[in-house]
Design a binder for this molecule. Structure first.
Ligand SMILES: [Zn+2]
Length: 171
């Protein structure tokens, strides 16, 4: 997944905001939706693209599950309600990131206990272009990313319309 992590994070966080009865902390969800991909900097700048960045610990679901297991109770007991909610938004979106990555790319769900990776769709790309991204974008599977982007835009747009309607009613 290349362009839809952030829009998907927006959709999940809007849902979570409703569940937690808040209109804030969107930033925490959006940050979580792309946080694992910060390892791309290491991939390009340090590791010289030796192995897939999805094999790094920052893309191991069990690593994030462990971090959430340690952090959430701590924040629940000693932190504020807003800090706990922000952490829930963050970790939920990291989980969503792993699920979405698993659709079209290998993700090491059982690392460090197993080297086996899991991938929902094994896609066959044409090699019409020398740059991998253009080949990926030419594949029909890329439509899934576009659909997520459109869904997020629609959600954002309808929310704006509702907000304007609410303001008109109040005025
Ligand atoms: Zn990723």
């Amino acid at each position: 997944m290349v362009i839809a992590h952030l829009p998907a994070g927006y959709l999940l966080t809007k849902h979570l905001q409703n569940r937690f009865h808040t209109t804030s902390l969107l930033w925490a969800g959006l940050l979580g939706s792309i946080l694992p991909d910060f390892d791309i900097l290491y991939f390009y700048l340090v590791d010289a693209q030796q192995v897939s960045h999805r094999s790094y610990i920052t893309h191991w679901p069990l690593f994030w599950l462990g971090v959430a297991y340690l952090v959430l109770p701590f924040v629940r007991i000693w932190g504020s309600r807003a800090a706990f909610t922000a952490c829930v938004f963050l970790f939920a979106n990291i989980g969503l990131h792993m699920l979405l990555d698993s659709v079209m790319a290998p993700v090491y769900w059982l690392q460090p206990y197993s080297e086996e990776s899991f991938q929902l769709l094994k896609l066959k790309y044409t090699h019409a272009y020398s740059f991998w991204l253009w080949n990926y974008m030419a594949h029909p599977a890329f439509l899934m990313e576009i659909a997520i982007c459109i869904a997020a835009l629609l959600a954002r747009f309808t929310q704006s319309v509702k907000y304007l309607h609410f303001r008109e009613k109040k005025a």
